[in-house]
Ligand binder design. Sequence first.
Ligand SMILES: [Zn+2]
Ligand SMILES: [Zn+2]
Length: 286
Amino acid sequence: MGSAVIHEEFNSANADITIQSCDNVRFCLHRKNLEVTTGGLPGKTSDMIDGVLYLPEPAKVLELLFLFTYPQRSPTHLHDLDCDSLLDISEAAEKYKVFFAISVSVSGLRSFTSTEPLKTLRHALKYDHLDLADEAAPNALFCNPTLVVTGLSDTYIVPWLLYQSLAYKKIFEKAESTLKAFQNTFTYCKVEQRGICVTCRTVIAAWIWQLKQLSTTEALLFELEKFEQYPNSNLELARDFCEGSCNTHRRCIYAAEISEHCKVGLQKSQKFSEYLLDHRVEDGSG
Ligand SMILES: [Zn+2]
Ligand SMILES: [Zn+2]
């Protein structure tokens, strides 16, 4: 088993249970604390070898987890941790049912829903934290759906796939129907008649297509802002902007409106938890 070292904080002389991490650190703990603060520790006596319980997690995960089993030491936040470390703690907390650690780590994961939508959403759905799922969902609309649902329970697979395709469609729906509804004009965009020239129509259609190819919601929001400031700089067509105000501003007079439709479309997506309530997958027995 390799030579184990005793953790320098969890070394109480009157401890009555020893737990060892996969990297050979021993934690001297109190059975009573584990019993009242967790639903899964210390586990069965038959799992112990020579009075030691061996767990597969490394010491850096267990030392944080065990802090939550001692009221006077419990951290109320874990804000120094990166997303992956927080997920490791969360996984272990769920596995051993360390209740306080579960709620604190889930609330810590909320600060990563926009930068790590896939990881936070998967964790939320895996362990039924629908509040967290609701925060991650709008940011996960561009994630590869297979990566989102692989390994999840049936409760979430079909609802998520339907929700994602519907919410994704909603982002661009109004922008696309608006573009279709413009009157065709050939020389320049005429705002009084909601007329659009062929160049601007093409440029905007190409722009919407580009937006759909993005891989994150964060990138979408960034591009929507950029287009308002200096549109079409990378498009060959933009050199031939129509006469009039589109040309003067180097931006189609409709660009801001299209951008706004996409932003509103994104905000308008239903909460995933509400969608789930409305679309329970039938079990086929009724
Ligand atoms: Zn135009
Ligand atoms: Zn225009």
